[in-house]
Ligand binder design. Structure first.
Ligand code: NAP
Length: 471
């Protein structure tokens, strides 16, 4: 596919192959943008921001609603592209396409709800009479940099609110998975978004990212991706608004009153969906010592029953990882944990990019499988003796994106909610749960700022204070 910059679909002599992670076949190629292309996109976006700022809230509502309808009409096509470029099983890709419809619909609705408020300035002592109110105005140009793992819906989470707020947006999708973002750009243009209001630049983040994020024409960066890349962007961005949706090693706490069957099912689905490549995948399972053995007994056969293979086949429950090098990393960390005293309950092996569903027990917090972001189809299980220890273990992480607890005890659930350092707290669910309308974002090294259209619109607008000084 071509990229869309400067108001037209553009090709380049230099291209990058988009490879199917399952069989290594080339799905398509995309242009490899250079610094000149970034400059073109930025100059165009400045004009686009002016055009978008002139649209009414209702215009933007209509554009985004129509985009949602177009995605809905092509949901199967989008799902196939997601699976082909990313490797997730087709059922999960279909779910992602449906979520994208929702994200765009919610964004359309938010376009109609952007408003300020009156401020009671006479509530403070002072001379004179003033009447004050706030206004929300677009920031101008938004740079939206997205990761490989949800190549459609996470792009919608950036583009939908950016356009709803009346901004121009430049999308920089992940090099591994640019096709869904390009097809989304097609849908947005068809829906009536001005050609200068949305652009999609394909190319290596390492080569063109810095020029995009440093440029003063960009007023807002919304980034989803890894911690280290995010930190580099924050440093390079200078005085701009930034939203950082970064990584995690999410904990799931199992208290002794939990239903083992239900918890084991939740661990399988939240540990293995998208081959464990979800920012809120369950990675660290913390199980009360009294039910630790029962939990592993319930988990092992369920993990072993998961069918792996071609993600386009409906019967397959887990596909490959996005790259072979990622599967290699997961294997290495598991081997390392076992050498350091952990026990391999099941899995551990891999074939190319396909990594087997894996459980490592007796994991300790200092092991990489627990300490860092594994981002693969494996869970590391650790025993605890009290709720205090469970909370301390959950918080023993640089990350804080999502956490889950299974218990029927209200006091334990409340302590978990109050004391676990995490942006999202799930009671009687795994950490891997998100509704697209909720405020979503991490604490600590998991980032800053919130997504969810209503909250993202706030971050993509400026709040101005207007004061009338009355006679
Ligand atoms: P990544 O390697 O950090 O890449 C993310 C994006 O940043 C890609 O578009 C990448 O482009 C671009 N990029 C790379 N270097 C850049 C630079 N110097 N300047 C500007 N942009 C640059 O992450 P990933 O491997 O695609 O995604 C996995 C990570 O995303 C995990 O850590 C996961 O937890 C996190 N994630 C977080 C959330 C959340 O909501 N918190 C959701 C999903 C994923 P290239 O592809 O061209 O390198």
């Amino acid at each position: 596919m071509k990229m869309f910059i400067g108001g037209r679909w553009t090709d380049k002599a230099s291209t990058t192959e988009v490879v199917n992670p399952y069989d290594g076949s080339v799905v398509d190629t995309t242009p490899r943008a250079d610094l000149k292309d970034v400059d073109t996109a930025l100059a165009t976006a400045v004009r686009g921001a002016k055009a978008m700022a002139k649209t009414t809230a209702y215009d933007r509502y209509l554009m985004l609603r129509k985009a949602a309808d177009i995605i809905a009409g092509r949901a199967e096509e989008f799902a196939r592209v997601i699976t082909l470029e990313e490797g997730k099983v087709i059922a999960e890709s279909r779910a992602e396409a449906q979520r994208a419809v929702q994200t765009m619909t919610l964004s359309a609705e938010e376009a109609k709800r952007i408003h300020g408020e009156t401020v009671p300035l006479d509530a403070a002592p002072g001379p004179g009479r003033q009447l004050g109110f706030t206004l929300r105005t677009p920031v101008g140009v938004v740079a939206a940099i997205s990761p490989f793992n949800f190549p459609l819906n996470l792009v919608c989470h950036k583009v939908g609110p950016a356009l709803a707020a009346g901004n121009a947006v430049i999308i920089k999708p992940a090099t591994d998975t640019p096709l869904s973002a390009l097809k989304l750009t097609e849908a947005l243009l068809e829906a009536g978004v001005p050609p200068e209001g949305v652009q999609c630049v394909t190319g290596s983040g390492g080569e063109i990212g810095d020029a995009l994020v440093r440029d003063p024409r960009v007023r807002k960066i919304t980034f989803t991706g890894s911690r280290d890349v995010g930190e580099g962007i924050v440093k390079a961005a200078g005085l701009k608004k930034v939203t950082m949706e970064l990584g995690s090693n999410s904990p799931l706490i199992i208290m002794p009153d939990a239903d083992m069957d239900r918890v084991a099912d939740a661990t399988v689905s939240s540990g293995l969906s998208n081959a464990g490549q979800v920012c809120i995948s369950t990675q660290r399972v913390l199980a009360d010592g009294r039910i630790y053995g029962d939990f592993l007994d319930a988990l092992k056969p369920k993990m072993e029953a998961v069918t792996t293979g071609d993600p386009l086949r409906d019967a397959v429950r887990m596909g490959p990882m996005v790259r072979e090098s990622d599967a290699e990393r997961v294997s290495l960390w598991i081997r390392e944990a076992v050498e350091q005293g952990a026990r391999l309950v099941t899995g551990g092996d891999r074939d190319g990019a396909m990594h087997a569903p894996t459980v490592v027990a007796e994991a300790r917090p200092e092991m990489r499988v627990s300490r860092d972001e594994l981002f693969g189809p494996a869970v590391a299980v650790t025993a605890f003796n009290s709720i205090d220890e469970a909370i301390a273990l959950a918080n023993d992480s640089r990350y804080g994106l999502s956490a889950g607890i299974f218990t029927q005890n209200v006091d334990w659930a409340m302590r978990f909610a109050l004391e676990v350092e995490s942006g999202n707290l799930m009671i009687n669910s795994s950490p891997q749960w998100r509704a697209d309308l909720m405020p979503y974002g991490g604490l600590k090294d998991s980032g800053m700022g919130k997504e969810g259209p209503r909250y993202a619109v706030e971050e993509m607008t400026e709040l101005k204070m207007v004061v009338f000084h009355l006679e």
